[in-house]
Design a binder for this molecule. Structure first.
Ligand SMILES: NC(=O)c1ccc[n+]([C@@H]2O[C@H](COP(=O)([O-])OP(=O)(O)OC[C@H]3O[C@@H](n4cnc5c(N)ncnc54)[C@H](OP(=O)(O)O)[C@@H]3O)[C@@H](O)[C@H]2O)c1
Length: 283
């Protein structure tokens, strides 16, 4: 049995779909099953209603499982609770979504959080595989309302290059690892799209697909932070996001890997494919 946490989210919902498609015994850990994409999970998927904050529900979800795909908003106490429950319930392998730059001394809080969880996982004695994705293409959905209204978007990542990855390819990698965990024990995979691009390239790809000019308006991280706070983003999130965008401008996300294809056998999607698949979201 493979348990997928965060099963209503971007990576988790697609991981569940792919595992079920292969006929593998799959359990989705969810707070609310109705939040599944389209309102329900594929037939045959076991649903465990639970919460990272409630140990009893984690233990019930882990019972009888061999493998856990651990996806969450990466609050350390919550992921550590899942790992501890996995140990108690005799799980053998955890596939964890993490961050490529996760270190205990990172200036970015969420990277320190991932480092803390990774350290706990390594010390747990469980088998594990770490999946470290570059920036998700799905983050572009946050631009959709402003693209519709203004035919442009603002960003504070300058001309920094990144290897944006489609979260469907992160899910495909997670599903492939979960299906054969022993083949991937102790490995860390860097998950990227097929190319290094900038937000100017994203604007060009959107312009070509939509048939009219989409402008990339460059702002500074400080301006971006203020704009996010004014738009209602909680201050710590706005501060952390602006910090990361500033780092991207300096080349922090300029890393590329062929691990998606190496693990899944299929090349990762490029940003033009992502936009074409989701064009209705941007018009
Ligand atoms: N976005 C990026 O560019 C990027 C890049 C690299 C790495 N990552 C990593 O990707 C991970 C997030 O993956 P994602 O984008 O697929 O997640 P997501 O779409 O934000 O979904 C989060 C999931 O966690 C569930 N959840 C939240 N709180 C919970 C709780 N207390 N108990 C049980 N479930 C709970 C949510 O359930 P509900 O539906 O009930 O809310 C949802 O299913 C993070 O570790 C992040 O650091 C993201």
């Amino acid at each position: 049995m493979i348990v997928v946490t965060g099963a209503t989210g971007k990576i988790g919902s697609e991981t569940v779909r792919l595992l079920a498609e292969q006929g593998l015994a799959t359990r989705a850990l969810v707070r609310d099953p109705a939040r599944a994409p389209g309102g329900s999970f594929p037939a045959g998927v076991d649903i465990a209603v639970g919460d990272f904050e409630r140990t009893d529900t984690l233990d019930a979800a882990m019972r009888g499982a061999d493998t856990v795909v651990l996806i969450s908003p990466s609050v350390p106490e919550q992921e550590i609770a899942v790992i501890d429950s996995a140990v108690r319930q005799g799980v053998k392998h955890v596939v964890k979504i993490t961050n490529h730059k996760a270190t205990a001394s990172s200036p970015v809080g969420r990277r320190r959080d991932h480092a803390r969880i990774e350290a706990h996982l390594r010390a747990s004695g469980l088998g594990f595989t770490l999946l470290a994705p570059n920036i998700f293409m799905q983050n572009l959905f946050a631009f959709a309302p402003v693209i519709k209204q203004t035919r442009g978007f603002v960003m504070s990542a300058g001309d920094g290059r990144f290897a944006m990855v489609d979260s469907r390819d992160v899910a495909a990698t997670a599903a492939a690892v979960a299906a054969a965990p022993d083949d991937h024990a102790g490995r860390t995979y860097l998950l990227t799209g097929p190319e290094l691009i900038t937000y100017a390239d994203v604007a060009r790809a959107l312009s070509d697909e939509l048939g009219h000019e989409i402008e990339y308006r460059r702002i500074s991280p400080a301006e971006h932070r203020a704009a996010m706070i004014e738009a209602g983003v909680p201050e710590p999130v706005a501060t952390s996001n602006a910090q990361v965008f500033g780092l991207i401008a300096e080349g922090d996300a300029e890393w590329l890997s062929d691990d998606v294809e190496a693990v899944t056998g299929v090349p990762p999607r490029d940003v033009r494919t992502f936009i074409a698949d989701h064009v209705s979201a941007f018009v």
